[in-house]
Design a protein around this ligand. Structure first.
Ligand code: SAH
Ligand code: MG
Length: 209
């Protein structure tokens, strides 16, 4: 990853550690580009830069899906709450302005397309096979499994599936991302091709979910 891009991605607001961001960029750089790429959960755009720079270099397009109202763990009173991200007029989080600015400043507006809405609603209308899918949306049981149920079948054979915040030891973090990673492995349709921190990289080798 070129130094200027790396510096910009590292400086972007968010919670992704540098080694995992670089692994995300490396996995994307080796992913197929015949279909679109999609991330579920964009927040302020940090992971979208790691993926987006790889997409730009390869001529791919990254769809960055988020309702921009925050996950459970981003709401007031939770561990990952950032009070300045609340739209005080309506009392709800709004990360879209920061996301948009991050992508603009990175020069990636031609490569990263924001999809603003609920993951389940968008998935219901999405039929194009994906060459890359990054799952980092809601980490509760229901949203994580819904993302798995609705998006993973859309990964094309040979396509790359990345799952963030996979913690085999419950002491390190919540279970649902680990549970959906387990589902992918147990489906027999994916090979694991990379592990960096809590980021797991898999490739679809067969049908099934
Ligand atoms: N990938 C980002 C962090 C994402 S945080 C990074 O590493 O930089 C998780 C995001 O998922 C939040 O921004 C939240 O708004 C979004 N999210 C949670 N549930 C969602 C849903 N059902 N539909 C769309 N977005 C959702
Ligand atoms: Mg994450």
């Amino acid at each position: 990853m070129p130094d200027d891009q790396r510096a910009r991605a590292e400086a972007a607001r968010g919670f992704m550690p540098i080694d995992e961001g670089l692994a995300l960029h490396a996995a994307a750089s080796a992913a197929p580009v015949d279909g679109p790429w999609l991330e579920v959960g964009s927040y302020c755009g940090k992971s979208a830069l790691y993926l987006g720079y790889a997409a730009e270099a390869r001529g791919a397009t990254l769809f960055a899906l988020d309702h921009h109202r925050g996950s459970e763990e981003n709401q007031a009173g939770w561990e990952h709450h950032e009070p300045d991200l609340v739209d005080t007029d309506i009392g709800l989080m709004d990360t879209l302005p920061i996301f948009r600015r991050t992508v603009f400043d990175a020069g990636l507006e031609g490569t990263v397309v924001a999809l603003v809405g609920d993951s389940t609603t968008v998935a219901r209308h999405w039929s194009t096979p994906l060459s890359l899918l990054f799952i980092d949306g809601g980490h509760g049981h229901e949203p994580a499994h819904a993302d798995y149920d609705q998006w993973v079948p859309k990964v094309a054979i040979g396509g790359v599936l990345l799952i963030h915040d996979v913690f085999p030891d419950p002491a390190d973090g919540g279970r649902p991302p680990f549970e959906i990673w387990t589902r992918a492995i147990e489906s027999g349709a994916f090979d694991e091709i990379g592990v960096t921190g809590s980021l797991r990289t898999l490739r679809r080798t067969g049908v099934g979910q």
